[in-house]
Ligand binder design. Structure first.
Ligand code: ZN
Ligand code: ZN
Length: 357
């Protein structure tokens, strides 16, 4: 209930009688409910979850203690009629124009609807030790299964799609809920596309293989990228040079991470290294992003981050510089780390040195 209490305090500061939380992932974070229909209403001294009969048993099993459950075929209408009179907040980034019209219609003059932004997301940004442990396990499962899957590779025969499918299947068998996003298994020139899709084409011998994958475990995501050389011939010298530079860039960024730091600094550190090798122009995205219940969430680690965006203990972020030479190959190396009170705890243990498969 700590998370709910923090929001209840904020209600007072914002002079709101209640907050309606309708975004499902935020409901899960606050209440534990993992179903796909319902809404959570917070007043300064109560938390009530509304859902319909399909979810009665699930809600009873999952809802945290202290949250009241109301089951009604017309859950939204019921929740609206229970609302106190006065100013009520809603999640303005997660409600459609139509829904807003509808809730206004059903509350008439009784409720003044006040848009709120990021109230729950602001809490989600800092993970607690239990969340770190869950994400560490999501990463551990991923590394274990990726190791197995890479062992299946037969150059010239195995397709990108084969590896993507095997990864998903084996993750589920190993105890994960599945992948946290469609795996990116990209060989040859396809690796130069930062968000490539895995194709049903064989991975040829003597080429680059970029693998960006994640597992979902108890709702939480992991995220990692490694770039390999597929043998039997030794790695191409240009590729080797780019790989070493990206690795150095990642190292520089990782070393700079510390609580209190401006969120744009680590990206600047990575860029300095790439610039020295005339590779900065081929680095076409920011350094990293927050991870949690969603694969991409706040904060962003980018030179475009503003002065008020700083790193704080408890944040889980990726560090993933990349260089993409169109028509040739791409290199990206991505780790996922927790910011602690004193520095960082890297959740990724998979080797970063260039590996030949
Ligand atoms: Zn990734
Ligand atoms: Zn990522």
């Amino acid at each position: 209930m700590k998370r709910i209490h923090q929001l209840q305090e904020r209600l007072g500061e914002a002079r709101l009688e209640a907050l309606v939380v309708s975004r499902l992932i935020n409901i899960r974070y606050l209440s534990g409910f993992t179903g796909t229909a319902g809404l959570l209403v917070l007043t300064p001294d109560r938390a009530t979850f509304y859902t319909d009969g399909r979810y009665t048993d699930r809600a009873r099993a999952e809802l945290q203690e202290g949250i009241e459950l109301v089951v009604d075929t017309h859950a939204w209408k019921r929740a609206l009629s229970d609302l106190p009179t006065g100013r009520v907040g809603f999640e303005s980034e997660h409600i459609t124009v139509h829904q807003l019209d509808w809730i206004r219609e059903h509350t008439a003059d009784r409720v003044e609807w006040v848009p709120t932004r990021g109230w729950v997301e602001d809490l989600r940004i800092r993970k607690d030790p239990e969340e770190w442990a869950t994400m560490r396990e999501a990463q551990r499962l991923l590394e274990q299964v990726l190791g197995e899957v890479l062992g299946l590779l037969e150059p010239g025969k195995t397709t990108e799609w084969d590896l993507a499918v095997e990864l998903e299947y084996r993750l589920k068998r190993a105890g994960a809920e599945g992948v946290s996003f469609d795996p990116i298994i990209a060989s040859g020139a396809q690796s130069a596309i930062p968000h490539a899709t895995s194709r049903r084409v064989p991975i040829p011998p003597n080429t680059v293989l970029l693998v960006d994958v994640g597992a979902r475990y108890r709702g939480y995501c992991s995220d990692m990228t490694r770039t390999f050389w597929v043998g039997p011939e030794p790695p191409d010298p240009t590729f080797k040079r780019v790989y070493q530079t990206v690795r150095e860039a990642q190292e520089a960024a990782l070393k700079s991470l510390s609580p209190g730091l401006l969120a744009r600094i680590p990206d600047e550190k990575a860029r300095e290294v790439l610039r020295r090798e005339q590779l900065e122009e081929y680095y076409t995205h920011g350094l990293g992003h927050g991870v949690g219940l969603e694969i991409h969430e706040a904060p962003r680690l980018s030179v475009f981050a503003e002065d008020h965006e700083t790193l704080e203990p408890g944040m889980v972020v990726t560090v993933e510089p990349g260089v993409y030479l169109s028509g040739q190959f791409g290199v990206r190396i991505e780790d996922m780390v927790v910011l602690t009170e004193t520095g960082v705890d890297n959740l990724t243990t998979f080797p970063r040195e260039l590996q030949v498969l």
